[in-house]
Ligand binder design. Structure first.
Ligand SMILES: NC(=O)c1ccc[n+]([C@@H]2O[C@H](COP(=O)([O-])OP(=O)(O)OC[C@H]3O[C@@H](n4cnc5c(N)ncnc54)[C@H](OP(=O)(O)O)[C@@H]3O)[C@@H](O)[C@H]2O)c1
Length: 329
């Protein structure tokens, strides 16, 4: 299949593109600005900006892809940002998706569109500092629009649904907290842990979280492209929601670092500015999500729990260090 990937330089998009290339697809990447895709096997790249509808249309007209993967969105901030940045984050997801789907409609392409979305914003399982476990949320359950992330998901998925209603072949993959040797988990926790440093967690860590290893996300994306089921939504999370504290303590042990320290949420409020609205739910709201639907479709997780997943992350980190040492000598 000829595929175009939006977000090909990102944590998820780069892994998904690698998987899709490995599975025999002809994969192109959409790049903005000066970004470069460091990926062997890409068939080519096109340049543009998701917030510039003409550039999205031009890219799609040039390539005429049979499938489009949307794994893009303005990057999560690593420090303080203002409300305008949060608006940009939301617009890049919502308007970026609309611009892509509109181009597919305008060019009358019969393309299979797959977008990622989030699984950690279901309504029923809210908890503030305390609740550890809850029953598992399913795809049919309501999303809680009261958080920044939930509000973004409702608008983002709303756009996709409106194009499904117009006959576009689009499906949604709702992801749990995606971890691996990359992305924010690497930056905030695994990399410092690898250097045996202590890490800091806002809140008390006593919430449940549904995680998923990035390799399983990439495999699930490829699996869904094979089926292309319009209008379907799938949660992609592993089998075992876990207390955030347990996950991070296991990670520290795996990397040989001291256990994390839990700091009052007020400190995160001071250091993240407007981004606190974005970050706080990840450390305060319990989300335990079901993966039954995608498993019933026949998908098998390679890392069904964080225990095997964290071992793989450590192996990948060790491999990277060894490769760097070989280059230096
Ligand atoms: N990671 C998770 O746990 C998780 C969970 C659920 C949902 N998601 C969603 O999945 C998506 C991908 O996540 P990620 O962790 O892979 O994000 P990421 O590493 O920050 O990557 C974001 C990608 O989007 C691209 N991008 C941003 N704005 C763009 C624009 N205006 N035009 C074109 N490309 C643009 C970035 O390109 P540049 O290289 O140019 O910056 C980058 O390739 C995001 O929408 C995220 O909200 C992630």
């Amino acid at each position: 299949m000829k595929l175009l990937v939006f977000g090909v330089t990102g944590f998820i998009g780069s892994r998904a593109a690698r998987q899709l290339v490995g599975d025999g697809h002809e994969v192109y990447g959409f790049l903005r600005g000066k970004s470069e895709a460091k990926l062997d096997g890409l068939a080519g790249t096109v340049r543009g900006d998701l917030l510039d509808p003409q550039s999205v249309e031009d890219a799609i007209r040039t390539l005429k892809p049979e499938g489009v993967l949307f794994t893009a969105g303005e990057r999560y901030p690593s420090g303080r940002v203002n409300n305008r940045y949060l608006e940009l984050m939301q617009r890049s997801r919502v308007e970026g998706t609309r611009n892509t789907l509109e181009a597919i409609v305008k060019l009358e392409l019969d393309a299979c569109f797959v977008s990622v979305s989030g699984a950690l914003a279901y309504k029923r399982h809210q908890a503030y500092k305390g609740e550890i476990r809850a029953s598992l949320s399913r795809e049919v359950d309501e999303i809680d629009g009261s958080t920044w992330f939930g509000d973004t998901l409702l608008k983002w998925e709303g756009v996709i649904q409106s194009y499904v209603n117009r006959g576009i072949n689009a499906s949604i993959i709702r992801l749990g907290a995606v971890y691996g040797w990359g992305g924010v988990w690497r930056e905030r926790f695994f990399e410092p842990m690898l250097h045996h440093s202590r890490t800091f967690v806002p809140g008390n860590g006593r919430i449940s979280v549904s995680f998923v290893h990035v390799e399983d996300v990439a495999r699930a994306i490829s699996y869904i492209f094979k089926r292309c089921s319009p209008g379907e939504v799938y949660n992609v999370v592993d089998d075992e929601p876990v207390e955030l504290r347990v996950f991070l303590e296991e990670a520290a042990k795996t990397f040989g670092a001291p256990p994390p320290l839990y700091v009052p949420l007020i400190l995160a409020r001071i250091s993240f500015g407007a981004a606190y609205r974005l970050i706080a739910p990840s450390f305060t709201l319990s989300q335990a999500v079901s993966n039954e639907k995608i498993k019933k479709l026949g998908f098998e997780f390679r890392y069904p729990t964080y225990r095997e997943g964290l071992q793989q992350v450590k192996k990948e980190a060790d491999r990277e260090i060894q490769e760097k040492q070989v280059v230096q000598t």
